[in-house]
Design a binder for this molecule. Structure first.
Ligand code: M6R
Length: 408
């Protein structure tokens, strides 16, 4: 019976796809470290339902995808009630992604991918800002909410607001039947298993992997991604779990390096393209776990202010993968170094130059730019974990933070 009204409550049994083992540490000292190590599996589980390995093809499978075909596609009006079918997705003209914290940084990675593959504008917004603004949701905008927990109050409020304005909402979420999941029209699940550490890790990489699938799918449906490119991007994505596995070896590296790294006054994380949101995520991890001052910046913005911060007490964490922007990133790195900054570079393979000019050089396996973010974030998670641990902080329960922010 309801405690407030005294009316009889009807409880509906619900099946969950999590088992008791998943909520144990399984020999790891902390849930966070266990969840970092689960990422190869989490990424594979996120993409598996949507990829045909035989054809290297993406077909999104989720509740809300499918349903009735629409008779007149040119008359699609997103204010009417219909399923998020392939036909509907092919008519999406813009995407708005709303989220908070780490999920918001995953949204920013999604912006680069969707804009590149589908040639449509993608806006990302922080839910706590979006909900209190006069927002314009134009027709044929697909709104995507990202939330690991599905219970973040600001994201839920933003979802309700866009629904009032007639938009269709696709939820990317880890918890089935959570508040956000229940109120969205379409659903893509992370399948990452329970994430218990307050700092989000495996949900972040699972989200980026899933957004890769979404971006490929909508790119194909909109006719802007050739079959050849679809195959290439799917192949890159399928390689990600084993590449993440290789990157997990940095665990031992940061266990040793934590003592030296803990002495810096500040940490400046930088990157370009998809590495920019990863810089933001790396800085967030360090702040929330090790309580150290860290900032994430787009490397190209360095000259517009942060350069003044740099001296020999500042660690510069530079994400410098061998991508189209490598030369530009390298020149930013040289600028930081010339001001005395101590460089921790994350690059591709055995890059002799980066190794020579850095205090710490972390080589990543060669990957396609669309999956680089999945690899780059892992050393940053491990660095924050080991620094926090070394400084004696509670890694799974950082001070002042809750796993899901269900109040404002
Ligand atoms: O459950 P959500 O994905 O909606 O949570 C959003 C943020 O509260 C969350 O990502 C938070 O920033 C994490 N503590 C970051 O590690």
């Amino acid at each position: 019976y309801s405690g407030t009204s005294g009316t009889e409550l009807k409880k509906v049994p619900m099946e969950i796809n999590w088992n008791p083992e998943m909520v144990e540490k399984q020999g790891f000292p902390h849930f966070m470290l266990k969840e970092i190590h689960e990422q190869p599996r989490a990424v594979a589980a996120a993409i598996e339902p949507h990829i045909s390995r035989a054809e290297n093809k993406v077909t999104l499978k989720g509740v809300g995808f499918g349903g009735e075909a629409i008779a007149d596609l040119d008359k699609i009006d997103f204010k009417k009630d219909y399923a998020l079918t392939s036909e509907v997705l092919s008519k999406v003209e813009r995407v708005l992604i709303i989220a908070c914290g780490t999920s918001y940084y995953a949204a920013q990675v999604g912006k680069y991918l969707i804009e590149h593959h589908a040639h449509i504008p993608v806006e990302t917004d922080i839910a706590s800002e979006f909900r209190y603004r006069e927002n314009i949701v134009l027709p044929n905008t697909l709104v995507i909410t990202i939330s690991q927990s599905g219970e973040t109050a600001d994201t839920l409020a933003a979802l309700r607001k866009v629904k009032e304005r007639g938009a269709r909402v696709l939820s990317i979420c880890n918890v089935r039947n959570s508040s956000i999941d229940r109120e969205a029209h379409g659903h893509l699940y992370l399948n990452a298993g329970p994430e218990i550490g307050v700092a989000s890790t495996k949900a972040f990489t699972a989200t980026i992997a899933l957004i890769n699938c979404f971006a490929i799918n909508i790119g194909v449906l909109k006719g802007s991604l050739s079959r050849e490119k679809e195959i290439k991007y799917v192949e890159a994505l399928l390689k990600a779990p084993s590449q993440i596995e290789a990157v997990l070896n940095f665990d031992k590296y940061f266990d040793k390096a934590a003592e030296t790294l803990g002495k810096f006054r500040g940490f400046l994380y930088m990157g370009r393209g998809v590495s920019f949101p990863i810089a933001l995520e790396g800085a967030l991890k360090l702040k929330e776990l090790a309580y150290l001052h860290a900032e994430g910046y787009a490397a190209g913005e360095m000259k517009h202010g942060p350069l003044a911060l740099i001296d020999e007490e500042m660690a510069i964490i530079m994400l410098a993968p061998q991508d189209a922007l490598y030369d530009k990133t390298l020149s930013n790195l040289e600028e930081a170094r010339a001001r005395g900054g101590k460089i921790i570079a994350i690059g591709t393979g055995d890059n002799e130059h980066l190794r020579r000019i850095s205090e710490h050089y972390l080589p990543l396996p060669k990957a396609h730019w669309t999956t680089n973010a999945l690899l780059e974030v892992v050393p940053l998670q491990l660095m924050a974990y080991h620094l926090a641990n070394h400084l004696g902080y509670d890694v799974d329960q950082p001070r002042n933070l809750a796993k899901s922010v269900t109040v404002e």
